[in-house]
Design a protein around this ligand. Structure first.
Ligand code: FES
Length: 143
């Protein structure tokens, strides 16, 4: 027998060390702030919040996109406050009855007068001007 038998053919499974390009898709970091129409400031100009009858007498309504809470004290008397927390400026996103609850550190405020109900915030919410024009609630910075 001339020569030696060829070495057993080795099957080399060499993993391809190149990751599929599709798996490397890197999503650009979003700077945030443009999703969902939310902002992180109270209105700097008067904003239309919708029909005045949307807020029942004795009730409060939270307008998330505008960062405003409106309480209807009586048939024709409304109060409005910025819902930017006075602790570290988080937008408050929860209203239970008249109690506003900040998601960041748990401060709580009274939506009818802006007063702090629970720390760590110590300063009341900033009051806004509010009026009814043509059946719509319009709130904005105080003059
Ligand atoms: S920012 Fe609202 S409790 Fe801290």
């Amino acid at each position: 027998m001339p020569g030696t038998p060829p070495p057993a053919r080795r099957t080399v499974l060499r993993a391809v060390a190149i990751a599929p390009a599709a798996g490397l898709g890197i999503t650009a970091c979003s700077s945030g702030g443009d999703g969902g129409g939310t902002s992180t400031s109270a209105p700097t100009a008067p904003v239309d919040l919708g029909a005045s009858d949307d807020v029942k007498v004795g009730a409060s309504e939270l307008y998330l996109d505008e960062n405003v809470v409106v309480s209807r004290i009586s048939d024709d008397q409304y109060k409005a406050f910025s819902t930017i927390c006075t602790h570290r400026q988080c937008p408050i996103n929860k209203l239970e009855g008249h109690k506003l609850i900040c998601p960041c550190h748990g401060s709580q405020f009274d939506a009818t007068n802006g007063k702090v109900l629970h720390d760590p915030a110590v300063a009341p919410l900033h009051e806004l001007s509010v009026k009814v024009e043509n059946g719509k609630i319009v709130a904005g910075p105080k003059a």
